[in-house]
Design a protein around this ligand. Structure first.
Ligand code: HEM
Length: 143
């Protein structure tokens, strides 16, 4: 049998579930609270956009680019400070979403590196803001 794309493995319905579950996980996990706070209270429309984006990225029809004319993620993320911690929170939510939809080990292995790489591409700074750092004080990030 020839190799299947993630889109063929998951199907449109599986990708829809993945996108919905991803933001449900983000809503729930205390470890993801920094990135949850960046998003709107209601995440219905972002669930749709992630579904459309992932469909094309995972080998299906290019739903996002045919609607918005680009697959570039840099511009929409510009307003948000995304450093290594925020990237890791995003990856954590995606890993947990894949577990919750019962993705196979084969699919998880297939996606591990590409997910990290796309999240790291969205990162737009080298360090994350230290938590509880008062204003007007030297910032020490690796305590
Ligand atoms: C690396 C950490 C990331 C953070 C912290 C982050 C955060 C955000 C935030 C705050 C928004 C705006 C949400 C809103 O309007 O309520 C957004 C939009 C979006 N994000 Fe991310 N994101 C990350 C990575 C990614 C990755 C890796 C993907 C795709 C695989 C992605 C896909 C999207 C899409 C499709 C949108 C909608 C863009 C549009 O308005 O057309 N994000 N993201």
């Amino acid at each position: 049998m020839s190799a299947q794309t993630p889109y063929q493995i998951l199907g449109a319905e599986g990708i829809r579930q993945l996108a919905d579950t991803f933001y449900d996980v983000m809503d729930e996990l205390p470890q993801a609270e920094t990135i949850r706070a960046m998003h709107s209270a209601n995440m219905d429309s972002i669930k749709d956009k992630l579904y459309e984006y992932l469909t094309g990225w995972l080998g299906g029809p290019p739903l996002y680019s045919s609607k918005y004319g680009t697959v570039c993620l840099t511009d929409p993320h510009k307003p948000y400070p995304i450093g290594p911690d925020e990237r890791d929170q995003w990856v954590l939510c995606m890993d947990e979403a894949l577990n919750r939809i019962d993705a196979s080990d084969e699919l998880k292995n297939m996606l591990k590196d590409p997910i990290y790489r796309i999240a790291d591409t969205v990162r737009n700074r080298d360090t994350s803001e230290p938590i509880n750092c008062p204003a007007n004080q030297i910032q020490i990030t690796n305590l």
